[in-house]
Design a protein around this ligand. Structure first.
Ligand code: 13P
Length: 342
């Protein structure tokens, strides 16, 4: 009972006043990939500098209630020797932590992934809590392709997500439960709808079997979109409608909040879709519908920074602006014209 109250308080704080979540938990290989495409050296020091830039952005807490960190970052300090987690807390931003150990090939199932990291998780959660984390994240990856996803892949990932979520709640941490159906491929929006619906229904079955309290989780899903390489072009309204219908049919109303990932959409697209969902379907949504974007908030900032301290202020301004537009979209108040006022 006490735990439920604690989890609810954390969720309330994360999304208070129309705020959302900044995902800044790229694993080292992912962070290196993003750095390399922007000509930034892939070093420990550069990753530290970048995470310090993000965490110290003035006014970030106006739009961001929580930030997801990577294991390396939650142990790092700013140049002045302050833990990055404390910088966030002092700014009124709740630190969270990515606790999965990555999506690995699922043996016997070509091109499918299973997320690892359950062994020793109870002990790791206790440590992260002592470092200041109040919520956690686990990402499952579902790929659409010829004959995939298989039921085995969907069920195995749902099972792992539920075991992770139960351990988080036991520890008093809010689990962000992320079953990501990838945008990669040339599939239709309808195919994404069907796979997302299947993945969500399988997930909520497992959450039930593992006694996870739905009032103490945050769901982090993909939006319902045609594949990146599909010729199908859907309007913003079509995406919003398909996404809302899919989630109404598969996510219980007891879940307090859905925080979308951006998944490779441009920052503007992600904002437009989130905005349409909140603006056009306000009365039908039983949950808070917010964001937990990485790329759709960080991209312009990372491109402007280029790893150079002389660009720090300009990069922080772009981060602040993108976070603000995401929060406007979460309230259904985003307008295209706001893009120009960076
Ligand atoms: P994107 O918003 O870049 O998809 O990242 C969100 C995330 O945290 C993926 O796990």
């Amino acid at each position: 009972m006490m735990i439920t109250k604690l989890l609810k308080n954390t969720i309330e704080d994360l999304f208070a006043n129309g705020k959302g979540i900044l995902a800044m938990d790229e694993s080292t290989p992912t962070c290196d990939k993003r750095f390399s495409s922007n000509g930034i050296p892939q070093t420990l020091e550069m990753r530290r500098n970048y995470r310090e830039l993000l965490a110290t952005t003035p006014g970030l807490n106006e739009s961001i209630g929580g930030a997801i960190l990577y294991d390396e970052t939650i142990r790092q300090q700013t140049k002045d020797g302050e833990p990055i987690a404390s910088v966030l807390m002092n700014a009124g931003i709740i630190p969270g932590i990515k606790v999965d150990l990555g999506a690995k090939d699922l043996a016997g199932f070509p091109n499918e992934k299973i997320t690892e990291g359950l062994d020793g998780l109870r002990e790791r959660l206790a440590e992260y809590k002592s470092l200041g984390a109040r919520f956690a994240k686990w990402r499952a990856v579902i790929t659409i392709g010829d004959g995939i996803p298989t039921r085995t892949c969907i069920d195995a990932n749902a099972h792992a997500l539920a075991r992770y979520a139960a351990l988080c709640q036991e520890a008093g941490l809010v689990p962000i439960v992320e079953p990501e159906v990838l945008m990669d491929g040339n599939h239709s929006m309808q195919r994404c709808y069907d796979v997302t619906e299947h993945a969500l229904k399988a997930l909520f079955d497992q959450l039930y079997f593992f006694h996870v309290d739905l009032e103490g989780i945050i769901l982090k899903p993909n939006m319902v979109l045609a594949g990146k390489d599909s010729k199908e072009k859907n309007s913003i309204e079509e995406v919003a409608q398909a996404t809302v219908n899919c989630f109404l049919s598969s996510v219980p109303a007891a879940v307090p909040a859905i925080a979308f990932l951006s998944g490779g959409q441009s920052p503007q697209q992600a904002s437009q879709h989130l905005n349409a969902i909140n603006k056009d379907y306000k009365e039908r949504l039983p949950w808070i519908v917010a964001f937990s974007f990485a790329r759709a908030i960080q991209q312009p900032c990372l491109e402007a920074w280029k790893g150079q301290s002389s660009n720090l202020e300009a990069a922080q301004k772009l981060l602040y602006h993108r976070a603000k537009l995401s929060a406007a979209a979460r309230r259904g108040e985003y307008k295209l014209a706001m893009e120009d006022h960076g």
